[in-house]
Design a binder for this molecule. Structure first.
Ligand SMILES: [Zn+2]
Ligand SMILES: [Zn+2]
Ligand SMILES: [Zn+2]
Length: 489
């Protein structure tokens, strides 16, 4: 690992710094997982080996718990599953995801020792567990997990001390990384990547982490079909500069980010953006019309009203009541849009939800307008190379394309592509999707400029075939990946 070095970061404990200069999109390091498991709730819908979402999965004939795409995935996952399979059978039930993950880690540790690859810069023993920082009720759940773990762990496997076991539980509690599906659109599991645990947080970071499940058809790379994360640079990083990622979504107000970081990761954020409350005013601001600003009271009233309606909107969405979602949010926006700024985070939430729901209901013009407002707001708040901004631009590109607004659609797709080339890299499946979209929209734009009639008739035919199907049910938003590390509720 010649690219990074461990150092003492002032006020933060250990951290990682760059050993050389990096530029936007550089992969600083790439790291395979020590172990990863599928969430309890998705155990039957996600392949336990490649973590892809599949309609039809085959069940492991032995434990009847693990599911796989096919024999190839089952064989690839056997080393990880072998002992787990036998333990589930003799335990007679399936322990929760935390217990399954800890057991997988300890089996691997027993087999390979604490340095599992040349790239690993820290042992599991050296990672923080923060057990002494835990609150009483958290500690209670923690002890229940350990108790169940002891029942599950086979007597024939190597026995560990309670301290060693607790330590691993503590490590995954604060550093269990949220594993997404192949396309990075849905959180499907949790895994452990030790080097990544060494990267400190900053609300305005210079790096981003992306999961790449690897190329199953690649036979030459050492990462063949291995799930791994990449730490990628978001801009120029000087030699010696600390490397940081953001553990929480910057869309939260500084106070809320600090609260989340304190309760979930046990530290007080002292980053520049928190200390100076940077962009909080935009996120909660009022709209200026002809030089006149609404009073603080008016803004507060509209904010509170929005908050209340958002709750109703979310409930309707979860119930699949999409027409109700549209009714509630349109009513709310009618009242609050004249008062609140176009970067107000509640307005952004409503526009985002509305654009998704309207696209699903096939009101593409409406969906396109809301998605554009969303992206324009995001651009004023997020770092220009933020992955969430890139994904939002991608969604806006698709809805504009669906609405027949090919010029804006192509522009949005290009914008998304430029961001994802940095945050995800050219080999990520979602970047490849975008590349195909970019070529398609470019071709259509050329056609549009030559002959609008031909363009529109071709678009209608294309819509019927839905080549850019992103029209999944708009329920998955809440399951989206907002936090870097997974926290069990
Ligand atoms: Zn699979
Ligand atoms: Zn099995
Ligand atoms: Zn901060």
């Amino acid at each position: 690992m010649e690219n990074v070095a461990i150092f003492d970061s002032p006020g933060k404990g250990r951290g990682l710094k760059a050993s050389k200069e990096f530029w936007a999109g550089d992969v600083i390091f790439s790291e395979p997982s020590i172990a990863a498991v599928v969430f309890d709730s998705l155990a039957e819908r996600i392949c336990h080996s490649c973590f892809r979402t599949q309609d039809k999965l085959q069940r492991c004939g032995q434990c009847k718990f693990a599911h796989y795409c096919d024999r190839t995935c089952q064989r690839a996952g056997w080393a990880e599953h072998k002992q787990e399979c036998a333990s589930i059978k003799s335990y007679g039930k399936v322990p929760n995801e935390n217990i399954r993950l800890v057991a997988r880690i300890l089996w691997r540790l027993d087999k390979e020792g604490s340095m599992m690859s040349d790239m690993q810069i820290v042992t599991l023993e050296e990672l923080e567990d923060h057990i002494s920082d835990m609150q009483e009720d958290e500690l209670k759940d923690f002890k229940v997990d350990i108790h169940n773990y002891l029942d599950y762990w086979p007597r024939t496997s190597k026995q560990h001390t309670i301290d060693d076991i607790s330590h691993i539980f503590g490590v995954i509690n604060c550093n269990g990384f949220t594993v997404s599906d192949q396309k990075g659109l849905q959180a499907v599991g949790v895994g452990l990547f030790p080097n990544l645990c060494m990267v400190n947080h900053n609300c305005w970071p210079n790096c981003t982490v992306i999961l790449n499940h690897g190329n199953q058809s690649a036979v030459n790379t050492m990462f063949h079909s291995q799930r791994r994360i990449e730490l990628r640079s978001l801009g120029k990083i000087e030699e010696g500069e600390e490397l940081t990622v953001s553990y929480v979504d910057f869309m939260n107000l500084s106070e809320e980010r600090r609260r989340l970081l304190k309760t979930q990761y046990f530290f007080d954020c002292t980053c520049e953006h928190c200390n100076n409350h940077i962009k909080d005013d935009l996120k909660m601001g009022g709209r200026e019309v002809d030089g006149v600003k609404p009073t603080e009271e008016q803004v507060k009233e509209a904010t509170d009203y929005c908050f209340e309606m958002m709750d109703k909107m979310d409930k309707a969405r979860l119930n699949g009541n999409y027409h109700e979602v549209v009714k509630i949010s349109k009513e709310c926006l009618e009242k609050t849009e004249p008062v609140l700024s176009d970067t107000h985070i509640y307005q952004l939430r409503m526009w985002s939800t509305l654009s998704e729901v309207q696209a699903y209901l096939q009101y593409f013009d409406d969906a396109a307008d809301y998605s554009r407002k969303m992206v324009e707001g995001y651009m004023k708040l997020y770092h220009p190379n933020n992955a969430a901004l890139g994904m939002a631009a991608m969604r806006a590109g698709v809805t504009h394309w669906q609405a027949g607004e090919i010029e804006i659609g192509h522009g949005m797709v290009c914008k998304a592509y430029a961001i994802l080339m940095i945050t995800h890299g050219p080999l990520h499946p979602i970047t490849k999707d975008l590349e195909a979209m970019r070529m398609q929209t470019e071709m259509e734009l050329r056609m549009f400029k030559q002959n609008e009639y031909v363009y529109h008739s071709m678009r209608e035919a294309a819509l019927k075939n839905k080549p850019m199907a992103m029209m999944h049910e708009p329920r998955s938003v809440e399951e989206g990946i907002k936090n870097l590390f997974h926290r069990k509720k």
